[in-house]
Design a protein around this ligand. Structure first.
Ligand code: OAD
Length: 249
């Protein structure tokens, strides 16, 4: 058995960090690299509170286009493998930087959304949240019942992450015995601190990515390939490990 498979099947408390790459096979573009969104758009013009204050219509148009893409997308075998894994491990915490909601759509239950969820709105005046099915941008800026301007319930550059979600993610890293990063360039903090903290604790960290990243050299194992192809056999190995089958029977 390969060393990384051995480590995986002997782990009980698992923490995963996903990024845009896991949704690439569902047709949702990533942020960085050729074809990534930040090659076409400037983050400071679209994903900052200042951008929204200066031109809410432009920001809403961009998010509306992304909402339409997300609505058409379906979870892929990578999302589904992680949902299956959750049911097999003693503890399993899925931390995601993605705002597309595809992990939950695949059946994952314990999902920590560090950067919010594009399917939700938040009122800039009263803070009330609503879903995009209730109200969204349709050419008119969407307003809350209180009259305040709605914004997508996502985290923009320069904003803090939801504190309880971030704390839960760090707590999961402190108690895991295996950490995986999947489809993330691992350059945006604080999310990028999670695998580094796991390494500091002596926990093996396995990277799944189609390309080398700034994190690859430090990872315990770096597995090259699309998440939808790399993850299913890992989860199948986990499910069928002899000691695990014995526990179940
Ligand atoms: P990035 O676009 O920075 O990185 C995506 C990673 O996925 C890259 O390292 C790709 O090589 C890899 N990748 C692409 N296709 C893949 C596949 N099929 N399987 C596995 N890996 C694949 O996206 P994130 O790391 O998620 O933040 O970016 C982090 C944050 O930066 C985002 O949450 C967003 C962005 O700006 C905010 O908007 C606040």
């Amino acid at each position: 058995m390969d060393d990384h498979i051995q480590i995986i099947v002997n782990s009980e408390n698992i923490c995963i960090l996903t990024g845009a790459g896991i949704s690439a096979e569902s047709g949702i573009p990533t942020f960085r690299g050729a074809g990534g969104m930040w090659a076409k758009y400037r983050p400071e013009e679209l994903a900052t509170p200042e951008a929204f204050a200066a031109n809410p219509r432009l920001v809403w148009e961009w998010y509306q286009a992304r909402r339409e893409a997300v609505s058409k997308a379906a979870p892929n075998p990578g999302h589904k493998a992680l949902a299956e894994w959750e049911g097999l491990a003693r503890s399993f915490v899925l931390v995601t930087q993605n705002v597309d909601g595809l992990h939950r759509a695949a059946g994952s239950r314990q999902v920590l959304e560090l950067h919010g969820n594009i399917r939700r709105n938040r009122c800039t005046a009263c803070g009330r949240e609503s879903t995009m099915d209730e109200i969204t941008f349709n050419g008119q800026l969407p307003l809350c019942e209180c009259g305040g301007l709605l914004r997508p319930a996502v985290v923009w550059f320069g904003e803090s992450l939801p504190e309880q979600v971030l704390e839960a993610a760090f707590a999961a890293v402190r108690q895991c015995d295996l950490f995986l990063t999947v489809g993330t360039s691992a350059v945006v903090y604080p999310a990028a601190a999670l695998p580094r903290l796991a390494l500091d604790r002596g926990v093996p960290v396995i990277e799944v990515n189609t390309e080398e990243t700034p994190f690859s050299a430090g990872a315990t194992y770096s597995l090259r390939g699309p998440a939808g192809e790399v993850l299913p056999p890992l989860v199948a190995a986990y499910a069928s490990a002899p000691h695990r089958s014995r526990q179940i029977s």
